[in-house]
Design a protein around this ligand. Structure first.
Ligand code: SF4
Ligand code: SF4
Length: 451
């Protein structure tokens, strides 16, 4: 008797062994309502990883791919094959929409979950000269970099923190972010006032994982609840643009997604929430990826379940890297959030759109829509672009908006060995500038290129 499989074989790719990170062949299969990656390592045996719980959305994401947009320069040669040539090597298929610069290895916390393995006495601060050189590498690659994120470790403990910001502001960077755990922001109002002086085109990217003291202690090593709330209060006082960044682990904080989005939307300073599953790299105490890893499509479904704002069509794949990024915008109207995609059909992002009315009248419109659905566009800039879009759309009585009327949800999947897919890693658009001059995808940096 011939056998029939219990699954549908959909695709093939190259992945990594979950354990030893050796390259292995992998299949993408549909089984029940789920998408799995299956692979086998000579040493560590067969592995099966859940990569989506939404087959239709998983398939739909590929339609959103747009032509690759390359950096002005590449930094390495393509010799040994992906991911051993980072980077960026000429085989990479997307420029840096967002580049992190790690100005210090050190931190005032030692979180059990930390992709950079930071701690108070770990590594060292970069010198201003090194930082200047690293910023110039980003500028050489990008010309006018879209978004540069000052990161660490904890950048606010760098003794020359404000000199670093001043230096970054002399470069042709469109939007600057500070990635922080918020401790200094909570403690020091004068510091926050000084930070606010760097606006416009300046934003705080604030770690914000949970309202549960136990979860915070488990993920961050300390109960940071009051610290987070005080940080938000201080940022509200000066209305300094802030994105809440939520790192998720199944069984810990995924039930809080809706509450965090509602909380963020009610804060004057908060422009959006970024949700990301924990990447299995760096320090991962109290975390087992076999049970705790969430896929980006699961997170999307949890948003749909836990909020009444967004529906299926409001959270859509981001064309520069649709496998790894999903995005949704809402307009703040009083206390209400109204999804932008009620006004703009997301299908407009597709090349073969049937909705040609608008594009026929203005070819720039499509480009503008690509622009707002990009990690390289800040909410501030998205507000300006939206005003241009809104006035071209028929039958919309849209008020003139500012970025403070906008609220953005971003879902990011930073692949690790479990779900590594060579097809989509080449589209990674969030990168880290290495102190040796390379620009390395965030995912491969944390897996392979630290130390
Ligand atoms: S991830 Fe990109 S930069 Fe790294 S080796 Fe692959 S193609 Fe090259
Ligand atoms: S996760 Fe952030 S706050 Fe925590 S130790 Fe690492 S760098 Fe510091």
């Amino acid at each position: 008797m011939r056998k029939v499989s219990k699954y549908i074989y959909y695709d093939h790719t190259i992945s990594l062994c979950n354990v030893c990170r050796k390259k292995v062949d992998a299949k993408i299969i549909f089984e029940g309502n789920n998408v799995y990656m299956t692979k086998s390592c000579n040493e560590h045996g067969r592995q099966k990883v859940l990569i989506s719980n939404d087959i239709e959305f998983y398939k739909r994401k590929r339609n959103y791919n747009k032509p690759s947009d390359y950096p002005l320069a590449f930094n390495t040669k393509t010799e040994r094959g992906c991911p051993d040539d980072c980077g960026l090597c000429p085989d990479h298929e997307q420029h840096s929409c967002l580049t992190l610069i790690e100005v210090t290895d050190r931190c005032n916390l030692a979180c059990p979950t930390c992709y950079a393995s930071s701690a108070p006495n770990y590594g060292r601060h970069r010198t201003l000269e090194e930082i200047d050189r690293m910023l110039d590498i980003i500028v050489r690659n990008e010309g006018e970099p879209d978004v540069v994120q000052i990161s660490g470790g904890e950048p606010t403990i760098h003794p020359q923190f404000f000199e670093i910001l001043d230096l970054a502001k002399t470069k042709p960077i469109r939007h600057l972010m500070v990635n922080t755990n918020g401790i200094r922001i909570a403690k020091d109002k004068e510091f926050v006032k000084r930070l606010a002086g760097y606006m416009p085109d300046f934003e705080i990217y604030l770690q914000f994982d949970s309202f549960d003291r136990g979860v915070l202690a488990d993920m961050r090593g300390e109960d940071l609840l009051e610290t987070r709330q005080q940080a938000i209060a201080n940022l509200n006082e000066v209305n300094l643009s802030t994105t809440l960044v939520v790192t998720l682990q199944r069984g810990k904080n995924e039930h809080e997604i809706g509450e965090i989005i509602r909380y963020g939307a009610a804060q004057k300073c908060v422009r959006g929430v970024t949700l990301q599953a924990t990447q299995y790299a760096g320090r991962n105490e109290h975390y087992n990826p076999d049970t705790g890893k969430l896929s980006i499509d699961e997170i999307r479904k949890l948003i749909l379940e836990q909020t009444s704002v967004f529906n299926e069509n409001d959270l859509i794949p981001v064309p520069c890297n649709p496998d790894a990024l999903t995005m949704g915008y809402a307009l703040k109207q009083g206390n209400e959030l109204v999804p932008l995609t009620r006004f703009i059909d997301p299908e407009m992002l597709l090349e073969n759109t049937t909705n040609t009315i608008v594009f026929e009248s203005d070819e720039n419109l499509k480009e503008n829509i690509f622009k707002i659905f990009s990690t390289g566009t800040s909410v501030e800039r998205a507000g300006e672009v939206l005003n241009e879009i809104m006035c071209c759309l028929p039958k919309i009585d849209a008020p003139n908006m500012t970025y403070s009327d906008l609220f953005r949800i971003i879902l990011i999947n930073f692949q690790d060995a479990y779900d590594f897919d060579i097809r989509s890693i080449k589209k990674s658009c969030v990168h880290i500038v290495h102190k040796d001059g390379r620009i390395i995808p965030f995912e491969t940096m944390n897996m392979f290129y630290r130390n």
